[in-house]
Design a protein around this ligand. Sequence first.
Ligand code: NDP
Length: 459
Amino acid sequence: MAKFDYDLITIGAGSGGVRASRLAGKYGAKVAVIEESRYGGTCVMRGCVPKKLLVIGSHFANHFEDAIGYGWSVQGAAHDWGAMIAAKSKELDRLEGVYRRILRDSNVETVDGRGVLVDPHTVEANGKRMTAEKILVAVGGWPAVPEFPGREHVITSNEALDLPQRPKRVIIVGGGYIAVEFAGIFNALGSDVTLIIRSGQILRGFDQDVRSTLAEEIEKTGIKIKRDYLIRSVEKCTAEQGGGYSVMFDMGDEVRADCVMYATGRAPNTGKLGLAEVGVKLNSKNAIAVDEHNRTSIGSVFAIGDVTDRINLTPVAINEGRAFAEAFYNNNPMTMDYTNVASAVFSQPPVATVGLTEEQARKTHKVRLFISRFKPMKHTLSGRDERTLMKLVVDRATDKVLGVHMVGDDAPEIVQGFAVALKCGATKAQFDATVGIHPTAAEEFVTMRDPVPEKEPEA
Ligand code: NDP
């Protein structure tokens, strides 16, 4: 008789958990996945996918305006928020079905309920105990909202994706990925949007030129950025007071809004999982501490994805899940490589980046910089006042391209290809030897010949 009920029990059917489980199932392991919410997890149900659909939906507003410069007359175009949300929700239902089917087709059992660790080989769900040789925790993260008076009135990205109506005046707190993406969605659809950031600039961690360029571009589109600002309290206003919310700032000033959204980061879902009871150690950020093989402090318990707070991106969780399954169920030892992971911000215009920022590179290398700023061809006729930024950070000593950064239309589609080049260790000379595709914006990355002159050191 088998020692355990399963070879693997995975808690969490998000991107990472599903990839690990279905590969393990495909390689012949007996696997169960426990999920208390919707199959697909944050990315598919509350994040990347619905957000991108809303970004696409909101972008049409610009397309209609831009078309006029090309001779189109666009009259009577109106947007129905409810119709967009309903269409998006229908697509998520379809995707959830796909995720369940993929698991079924990979011989993975699904358990709908909350899984809690009982001991290093036992999980309890729906009052039933199940044992496994290995347990994989892939429960992701959740929006983190600080404590302040009126916290109960604010929403997060979870609710923003399902608002019954589009709010006319929106306050978004935070200057990270989620804040700038939702600012772009609401603004393009006609809402009055204010971003509240506690520091001097949006997108901490990104290249300085990317940060300042995006801030300039989104401010041109009408998004207001209040810098070095903090909210003191949020109060609900009565109908007599005009409805909505009164937002009080630390500076003492006040604004009214129909919706206050917090996008102040996400926290790993490590509570009430039985982790401490079983002895699974957390790190200083309250995430599950794991080694390069995704193993926790308990030998039979593993963790992947946002709950480990390494690089919190879906493709990273998927690759961690794949590495786990390959190593333990396909005799193919693999670890995730965290270098040169490309990422994008689906702001309007979007940002994409791979490799080191100028600031990171300067800490360890002498660099040459190549920067190009231009008006995209489309906007020569549309008349839109939008400029594109492209930037290469190159190691002076080896000529290797260390970083590729772009703010502008199609940046995520363009930078994905250059991420391959960086993985291959491409040099600037190899970029220069590559023939561009004309006329595109992307060709600029292979035709930048003159480095930015180095500033003279101050006397
Ligand atoms: P981020 O960590 O990217 O940004 C959080 C923002 O909130 C920062 O601007 C931060 O300011 C600010 N902030 C934090 N705490 C407070 C506070 N107490 N008061 C006021 N402001 C505060 O988090 P997000 O929520 O935007 O996204 C979470 C994660 O989700 C990202 O790290 C990313 O990994 C992932 N994600 C990826 C996307 C993509 O790939 N396109 C899209 C969406 C999310 P400061 O800069 O001063 O610290």
